[in-house]
Design a binder for this molecule. Structure first.
Ligand SMILES: Cc1ncc(COP(=O)(O)O)c(C=O)c1O
Length: 416
């Protein structure tokens, strides 16, 4: 686990901590997007200074260099998630685009009336609205797995009952961005495949991969999606991992340059994956930053990151529970959880809470966190969320907890 001195060193790489804002910033909105270390920012600058050209399209030196950067990114990601080969990695803009690609290319083609799609009530809208639309278009049925309202855990028996031979798509988050629950996705996929080996199993890894080791072969998933920007990379590099034979059985999502084999006036043929899913000019700068982000994470060690963040999270969770007279906590009490602390003041709107926190320099998220059905299920419309990363400190957690008292004071909560 990271020690205090190591975290101090790491913090030197995050320049927002140096800048003079109205207040020093305590950034606790890491689940929305991470901050970027200087090494990642510099890698993009290097790309645009010395390696920039349109990749895959030129015979000249710079285009070859740009292609190399891009394809090295694919190799890097493949190794990072233990894909069988690099052609199983497709670059998209983000998790949302990866899921839309799947819903469009797979569902529209292969789903039919009576088929079933199983997701959970915890899903981010990107893994929910996509399947709603796919179900609407194909007359497939969308089924939800519900969490226990107290523990925020899925019930394995209920899950088993939901999976049948009609289940054609099972798509689930590996870590909830609201309640922090981390379902045993590996065990679930094993069960799904035992009932219907052809059911497509998709893992939304957006909140899991910044904090944990991911091994797609061990998970046994067919597809896995995530966003680079939540794991130190700049915005614009998303990943769709897919088993090679499945990727090659899907129709392209976007058509145009760089994804074709032959084009005639009346018909065209397409490259194999990953090329067939990467039409148009790719975001090589973002992919370069993802390479640098993975280097940065590997240099620290993902287990060190996970253990340190867990210590921050457990501490924050225990401290916020001390305020249960004024605060409801939604995050699961299971210690195997993602570092997101979700809560509501019983008598203050999350936007007021977030604004008061901001006046002290504390950045937390307020709103529905793109999970309206989950909030409704938990009988609220919105919540506050503080989410932690390895460059946060115990002192920052204390600062955040202490300023919750200012919300109590300023909103006159519990006073006559
Ligand atoms: C669990 C989960 N899935 C998907 C997404 C969507 O990610 P993006 O906005 O990068 O597409 C998010 C974003 O917060 C998320 O938390």
């Amino acid at each position: 686990m990271l020690n205090k001195k190591e975290v101090e060193e790491i913090r030197k790489d995050f320049l927002y901590l140096d800048k003079k804002y109205n207040n020093p910033i305590v950034y606790l909105d890491n689940a929305a997007t991470s901050q970027k270390p200087i090494q990642v920012i510099d890698s993009v600058s290097e790309y645009y200074k010395y390696e920039n050209a349109n990749p895959h399209r030129g015979a000249h030196t710079l285009s070859v260099l740009s292609t190399e950067v891009y394809e090295n990114g694919r190799k890097k990601v493949a190794k990072f998630i233990n894909a069988r080969e690099e052609s199983e990695v497709v670059f998209t803009r983000n998790t949302t685009e990866s899921l839309n690609l799947l819903a469009y290319s797979y569902a529209n083609e292969k789903l039919k009336e009576g088929d079933e799609i199983v997701i959970s009530i915890m899903e981010h809208h990107s893994n929910l609205v996509t399947w709603q639309e796919a179900a609407k278009k194909t007359n497939a049925k969308l089924k939800y797995l519900y969490i226990d309202k107290k523990t925020k855990q899925l019930d394995f028996e209920e899950f088993k009952n939901a999976i049948t031979e009609k289940t054609k798509i099972f798509s689930i988050t590996q870590a909830s961005n609201v309640v922090g629950t981390m379902p045993d996705v590996e065990k679930m996929i094993k069960y799904v495949k035992s009932v219907n080996k052809d059911c497509i199993c998709i893992v939304d890894c957006a909140q899991y991969i910044p904090h944990n080791k991911v091994d797609v072969q061990k998970l046994g998933c067919d597809f896995l999606v995530f966003s680079g920007h939540k794991m130190l990379s700049i915005m614009g590099a998303g990943v769709l991992y897919g088993r090679k034979e499945l990727l090659n059985s899907l129709k392209p999502f976007l058509y145009g340059g760089d994804m074709i084999e032959y084009v005639f006036e009346d018909k065209s043929s397409y490259l194999d994956a990953p090329g067939r899913f990467e039409a148009g000019t790719q975001d090589v700068g973002a992919v370069k930053s993802l390479i640098s982000a993975i280097d940065y994470i590997e240099n620290i060690g993902i287990e060190n990151i996970r253990d340190y963040e867990k210590s921050l999270m457990d501490y924050a969770y225990d401290r916020i529970l001390e305020k249960s007279d004024i605060i409801d906590v939604y995050t699961t009490n299971d210690k195997n959880r993602s570092p997101v602390l979700d809560f509501n003041f019983k008598e203050a709107h999350p936007h007021d809470v977030a604004s008061i926190m901001d006046s002290f320099g504390i950045a937390i998220r307020s709103g529905h966190h793109c999970a309206q059905p989950l909030h409704r299920y938990l009988q609220t419309n919105f919540s506050c969320r503080a989410s932690f990363a390895f460059y946060n400190t115990i002192e920052e957690v204390d600062f955040f907890i202490e300023h919750l008292e200012d919300v109590r004071r300023l909103m006159r909560i519990g006073t006559k």
